[in-house]
Write a protein that binds this ligand. Structure first.
Ligand SMILES: Nc1nc2c(ncn2[C@@H]2O[C@H](COP(=O)(O)OP(=O)(O)OP(=O)(O)O)[C@@H](O)[C@H]2O)c(=O)[nH]1
Ligand SMILES: [Mg+2]
Length: 447
C-alpha cells in the first residue's frame, strides 16, 4: 500500500465513524503514524505531528464547520506543513545548475525542465558539464533532440568549467541555460571542487539539488551537506512514482528548509510536476475536494450578516434556505416563524411537519456544502452528494431528502412572489408588518 492509500484509510475512519471521540482520533493517529513510519519519516517527527493532530482535534469549532471537517482540515494542514507548506514562489530562472549524486536523475530532469520552460515560451539551451561519465554527453544530446532544444557539449573534454564557459558563449542570447553536472557516489572533495568551478563560471541563479525519492530520511542529510558546500536554492525529488519512501524524502527536505519545487513522476519528459504540498496530499490521499473543504473553512471564519428583508427578496437557492434556517433556529421553531410571516398555509404540509431534529440535520448537511454549492444547488451531482454525506456523517438519502425539500420550498417561494391575487396581497401585508418588526433589529449577526 502506498503512503497515500494508508493515509486515506486513516482519514476514512474519521469520515465514517458515527461518533468522533478521543478514542477514534487516537485510532486514526495510530494509523497515520504507521503510514509515515513506513514511508521513512523520522520517528520523533511522526510522534510530534500526531500529537499535534490529537491536541487540536477537540478545540472549539469555528461556526459552520462540523467536527469531522475540522479534524480533517487540521490533519491536512499539519501534514501539508510537514511537507513544506506554502513556499516562496520560484523565481524566473536564467541559469540553472543541476547537482546531485550518481543516478539521482539529474540528466533526465535536466531534459524535463528544458521541456517545461520551453513550453512556457523560453528559448532554452542545455549544457552537458558531466565530464566524468563518458556516455553522459550522448544521453543529454539525445534528450535535447527529443524535446527539440539546443544542446552544447565537448566530447572528451575533462574540464567541466571550460565546457560551461564555451556553452555560455553559444547560448548568450538565450532566455535560459540549464547545466547538467556529473554525479559521484558521495559528496566528496573532488565533486565539491568541480561544482565550485562550474559555479563560478556559470553564476547560476538557481542551483537545484536532484534527489531520488527512494532515499527517504537521508535526504535531509544530503540536502544539508550539498547546501553547506555548494549552496542549493531548491530541490527536485525524482522517482516519486516508484518509491514508497517519497513522503519521507519530502518531509526530510522540508525539515532542512530546502524548498522542493518539482517532483519527477516517471521516466518520460512530461513526467515533471510543480510541487505543491496541499495538491500533492489531496492527490495521493484521493481527497478530490480538499480545495472545496479549505474554501468552506475560510468562508466560515468570516462573519456572516443576515438581513431578513434582503433574504426574502433574493432569488431562492440553498444559501437563502440555509440562512433562513439559521435565522429560524435563532428565532424559534420554523413553523412559528413562517406563521408570523403569514406563510404558514403556503408551506407544504410535510414541510411544516418536519421535525426540529430533521431541520437541524439539514443544517448539518448544508454545513458540509461549499458556498458555491449552496448558491447553485444544480451542481449537486452524485459525487458531490456522496462527499457531502460523508462530510456530514449523514446518509446519501438524507442529502437527497434535503434537496427534495429545498425544491419544494423554491416552488413555494416562486408562488409567493406572484403578489397579484388578493390573498397574496394580504400575505404581503402581513410579511411587511413582520419585516418592520424585524427591522428594529435589522441585522442579526451570527458568528
Ligand atoms: N521512474 C522514474 N525514473 C526516473 C525518474 N527520473 C529519472 N529516472 C530514471 O533514473 C535513472 C537515472 O537517471 P539519470 O537522469 O541518468 O540520473 P543522473 O543523476 O543523471 O545519473 P548520473 O549522471 O550517472 O549521476 C534513469 O534510468 C532514469 O530513467 C523519475 O522521475 N521516475
Ligand atoms: Mg547524468
Amino acid at each position: 500500500m502506498s503512503l497515500g492509500e494508508k493515509l486515506r484509510n486513516a482519514m476514512e475512519k474519521i469520515r465514517n465513524s458515527s461518533s468522533l471521540d478521543k478514542d477514534t482520533v487516537k485510532e486514526v493517529t495510530k494509523e497515520i503514524q504507521r503510514a509515515l513510519i513506513s514511508s521513512d519519516v523520522q520517528i520523533e517527527l511522526v510522534l510530534k505531528l500526531t500529537k499535534q493532530i490529537e491536541e487540536e482535534a477537540f478545540k472549539d469549532l469555528p461556526s459552520g464547520i462540523n467536527r469531522r471537517e475540522f479534524i480533517t482540515k487540521n490533519t491536512y494542514d499539519i501534514l501539508a506543513k510537514a511537507l513544506g507548506g506554502e513556499k516562496t514562489k520560484l523565481i524566473e530562472p536564467k541559469r540553472i545548475l543541476m547537482v546531485g549524486l550518481f543516478g539521482a536523475g539529474k540528466t533526465t530532469t535536466t531534459g524535463k525542465l528544458a521541456k517545461y520552460y520551453s513550453k512556457r515560451g523560453k528559448k532554452v539551451g542545455l549544457i552537458c558539464a558531466d565530464v566524468f561519465r563518458p556516455a553522459a554527453f550522448e544521453q543529454l544530446k539525445q534528450l535535447s533532440e527529443k524535446i527539440d532544444v539546443e544542446f552544447f557539449g565537448i566530447q572528451n573534454e575533462k574540464n567541466a568549467a571550460k565546457v560551461v564557459k564555451k556553452g555560455i558563449e553559444k547560448f548568450k542570447n538565450y532566455d535560459l541555460i540549464i547545466v547538467d553536472s556529473a554525479g559521484r557516489s558521495a559528496l566528496d572533495e573532488e565533486l565539491i571542487k568541480e561544482i565550485k568551478e562550474v559555479n563560478s563560471e556559470l553564476k547560476p541563479d538557481l542551483t537545484l539539488l536532484v534527489l531520488g525519492a527512494d532515499i527517504g530520511q537521508i535526504a535531509g542529510k544530503q540536502a544539508k551537506a550539498f547546501h553547506e558546500s555548494v549552496g542549493v536554492t531548491g530541490v527536485i525529488i525524482t522517482k516519486m512514482d516508484g518509491s514508497a519512501k517519497g513522503g519521507g524524502t519530502l518531509i526530510a527536505c522540508s525539515l532542512t528548509k530546502a524548498p522542493v519545487y518539482f517532483i519527477g513522476t516517471g521516466e518520460k519528459m512530461n513526467d515533471l510536476e510543480e510541487f505543491d504540498s496541499v495538491r500533492y496530499l489531496s492527490r495521493i490521499m484521493g481527497y478530490g475536494d480538499l480545495q472545496g473543504l479549505l474554501e468552506k473553512v475560510k468562508e466560515a471564519s468570516e462573519d456572516e450578516e443576515i438581513d431578513l428583508e434582503e433574504l426574502m427578496k433574493k432569488e431562492f437557492n440553498l444559501d437563502v434556505f440555509y440562512k433562513q434556517l439559521k435565522a429560524a433556529r435563532k428565532m424559534g421553531p420554523l413553523n412559528k416563524v413562517m406563521d408570523m410571516m403569514g406563510m404558514g398555509k403556503q408551506i407544504p404540509k410535510e414541510q411544516m411537519e418536519l421535525g426540529e431534529g430533521k431541520l437541524d440535520g439539514f443544517k448539518v448537511i448544508m454545513d458540509s456544502m461549499t458556498k458555491k454549492e449552496k448558491l447553485e444547488p444544480e451542481l449537486l451531482n452524485h459525487s458531490r452528494i456522496i462527499r457531502i454525506a460523508k462530510g456530514s456523517g449523514k446518509k446519501e438519502e438524507d442529502v437527497r431528502e434535503l434537496i427534495k425539500h429545498y425544491k419544494k420550498m423554491k416552488k413555494m417561494f416562486k408562488q409567493m412572489r406572484k403578489f397579484n391575487d388578493p390573498e397574496a396581497l394580504q400575505k404581503k401585508g402581513a410579511m411587511e408588518k413582520l419585516m418592520k418588526k424585524f427591522s428594529k433589529q435589522k441585522k442579526i449577526k451570527f458568528r
